[in-house]
Design a protein around this ligand. Sequence first.
Ligand SMILES: Nc1ncnc2c1ncn2[C@@H]1O[C@H](COP(=O)(O)OP(=O)(O)O)[C@@H](O)[C@H]1O
Ligand SMILES: [Mg+2]
Length: 592
Amino acid sequence: MSGREVVGKVKRVNGSLVIAEGLTGAKIGDVVYIGNLKLIGEVVRITGEDFALQCYEDTSGLQPGEPVIGTGSPLVAELGPGLIGEIFDGLERSELELWRISGPFIKKGYKIAPLRRDKKWHFVPRVRVGDEVQEGDILGTVQESSVIEHRIMVPIGVRGVVKRIEEGDFTVDETIAEVETASGNMVEVKMAQTWPVRIPRPYRERLPITEPLFTGQRVIDTFFPIAKGGTAAIPGGFGSGKTVTLQQIAKWSDADIVIYVGCGERGNEMADILTHFPELEDPRTGKKLIERAIFIANVSNLPVAAREASVYFGVTIAEYFRDQGYDVAVIVDSTSRWAEALRDMSGRLEEIPAEEGYPAYLAERIAGFYERAGRVITLGSRERFGSVTIMGAVSPPGGDFSEPVTSTTVRYVGALWALDTELAYRRHFPAINWLRSFTKYVDVLVDFWRKHDPEWVRYRERALSILEEASRLEEIASVVGEKSLPEEQRLILLESEMIREGFLVQNAFHPVDRYCPPERQAKILHVLVDFYDLALPLIKSGIPVDKIRELRSVMELLRLKEKEKVEEIEEVFERVKKDLQTLRSKYEVRTA
Ligand SMILES: Nc1ncnc2c1ncn2[C@@H]1O[C@H](COP(=O)(O)OP(=O)(O)O)[C@@H](O)[C@H]1O
Ligand SMILES: [Mg+2]
């Protein structure tokens, strides 16, 4: 994959765009080292003698005439043991290592390899000398963290017979196996392998999506679920809850591995991630989240251009773990910062802008990124399954969803969790608007839900239609006053309040409420909808809604979500039934 090295020189500098000459033979996508400091960049356009370079580091001080080295190789991610638990910058350099070398100051031109070179990993072979192996086959494993077994695969493009392999402690640069190909070449396989970040890693077959990525967040799992191998976007204005929601998913979802790409809107938010993420408990394993997570945080002084690269590093690392047979979740907060980097470069290149200054290829880039999600049969002779699920925040300026990045993203994702500033303002969290959100995964998830709740689809649809009806009635009520609506309509409003407060609202910081398992989600929804069906005949027989609302047990329905056991939920419902029965008898006596 690597070509010949060429040396040219800087002609002009315009922010992160550098024009160089003399790079004869360099191709678009080749990595370049720019100037005396060898700043990292990529060739983005070639016109005649001019090579346009996107520089991922601060170019201030860079002068015309300084040398530029074209490496002849594309931007690659290094893959191997040592990724888990790391906090990388947008160019896969360890933040902690950078910090150690240079302190909190400008880190220009530092070349540090992504994986640690000195660390020895205990490698246990899975194949024997004489075995035939092909690309994607697992040669052996390394226990990378307490919860992740790193599976070392035969590199893509290699096929042959194992000539040497043994158990032992190796660094990522040492040969762990030798494979002789049909033509007699001896391939030395090392644990550190590379892959070009802009090219999706190959797999054997794409599979239909069948399982949810279960998040424990009710509005997501029950109403707008995402599937393993699927995609979702979460657009929302400043402070509407993008980061809290995505961090909830990072902590609670049933992905084996989480890759969190932070293109922060606020510098301190990223600093917060650096200090807090390593401390986060992993509620699923009882260990630290960092044992199954990787962070790519644009906290260093890298300019916006590096954010463009960082999402590709993230998804490439995700595909690599997918290929090992894992379900990987990629979370990007926020994709708007990445799109802005595209816009910035496009502007400097003086390309003809499309909407709001974004380049015409914005849609193609967004689509191409989300297309890297999926559930697959991996390469290798034994059948192995893995998935990459991608979830991205979008930060529309002023919360306006019609802007290009939001409206484009919506077209390419399978689920949309539309955040609503108005709901956030009323402290309805997660502020996911149930009328503007959607999911395309309901049909494929029916079988999963059937295990927990045979009637999931029916209850889901009923709840959603009550919410829709209520929003229509609220508009009328805002004109004529709620009290002047017919009692049956007022019951709809009461019921929608119950679903909103008792189900949709979920406090990320409440010890029980923060995570709601599927059986509890199903139970709560059933109780809330069944309550409506029990109350309706009472209303029809002339009992006012207010009498029902006044019942203590009915108000307790709003707190079902704080109950840890399904039996406690049932107990409350039994009381509700009894109270409604009593109310009914009282009225029957009175009207008799
Ligand atoms: N699920 C939630 N439960 C409780 N509070 C929440 C929840 N989601 C958001 N919030 C509140 O909203 C604030 C802003 O959320 P944040 O995720 O930082 O917004 P954004 O990333 O969209 O700017 C949080 O600090 C928190 O107080
Ligand atoms: Mg945020």
